[in-house]
Design a binder for this molecule. Structure first.
Ligand code: CIR
Length: 258
């Protein structure tokens, strides 16, 4: 089921002060403009969008995808982000989500379980959970346990990822059964994780992160392979992401969708 709703949080004046491995400086006003373009694109795609105000104390707060995993309109899993400086982002998003059932990852996996939503790819026929610098085994297992209970038909693979921040930085599903993988992200050692999927390799590490929304696909501006493949089946909206990319963010990170 394509999503009908999304939640976003505005970037604040401190939006360029969050965590990043990229050495080029980002401009907070440019971040705000790119973020606004992403919200317009979500609305243009027909989604109803909840907008939260910026949090002046949390520069990475607009990367809402990392603090929750929406499993449809009924159930959401509130995460325990791997970066301690991001843990304070969870509660405001949790309160704003209308889902009737809200589970805490740490209630299932214990206080040491960490997981960023950016490490969870829900594809057409499977769920991939990345073990990254942010998501540990206890966190991945806790999410897999929740999925086994609430969505027993979804096969789950836990895969170690290297070369990118989050699983979805380097791997997203562009159309059902076709994934884009950034060459910078090494292929998963678990050979079954991507079995049966068509994989398209992209050279630019910022061009593998797309948001499929049923009849519309959001892709980063200039991501030609993504636009071409998505364009065969859906309308494509390109979103500029230069400055958000410098904060290690992609399109998926900017919203929660259900
Ligand atoms: C961070 O390092 O946590 C943020 N600056 C970027 C988070 C990007 N989120 C994502 O890929 N899901």
């Amino acid at each position: 089921q394509p999503p009908t709703h999304a939640l976003v949080r505005h970037p604040g004046p401190n939006a360029a002060e969050g965590l990043t491995d990229v050495h080029e400086p980002a401009d907070p006003e440019a971040i705000a403009a790119e973020h606004a373009a992403s919200v317009t694109a979500l609305r243009d795609a027909g989604l109803e969008v909840i907008e939260l105000p910026a949090d002046p104390d949390r520069p990475d707060g607009y990367f809402v995808e990392d603090v929750a995993v929406c499993l449809g309109p009924e159930l959401v899993v509130l995460t325990n982000p791997g970066a301690p400086e991001r843990r304070g982002e969870v509660d405001a998003v949790a309160e704003a989500l209308p889902h009737p059932t809200k589970l805490r990852l740490t209630d299932v996996g214990g206080p040491d379980a960490t997981l960023d939503g950016g490490d969870v790819l829900i594809a057409a026929d499977r769920v991939l959970v990345g073990l990254s610098r942010r998501t540990n085994i206890a966190g991945a297992r806790a999410l897999a346990g929740i999925l086994a209970r609430h969505h027993p038909a979804w096969p789950v693979s836990i895969i170690r990822i290297q070369g990118v921040l989050h699983l979805k930085t380097g791997l997203t599903e562009v159309t059902p059964g076709t994934v884009l993988r950034a060459a910078a992200m090494r292929p998963p050692a678990d050979v079954f994780a991507l079995a049966g999927l068509d994989e398209v390799l992209v050279d630019d590490v910022n061009h593998a992160n797309v948001v499929p929304l049923g009849e519309v696909t959001l892709v980063p501006e200039g991501a030609r392979a993504a636009a071409r493949i998505a364009g065969r089946r859906t309308r494509v909206i390109e979103v500029p992401l230069t400055h958000i990319g410098r904060m290690d963010g992609g399109l998926t990170c900017l919203s929660l969708r259900w």
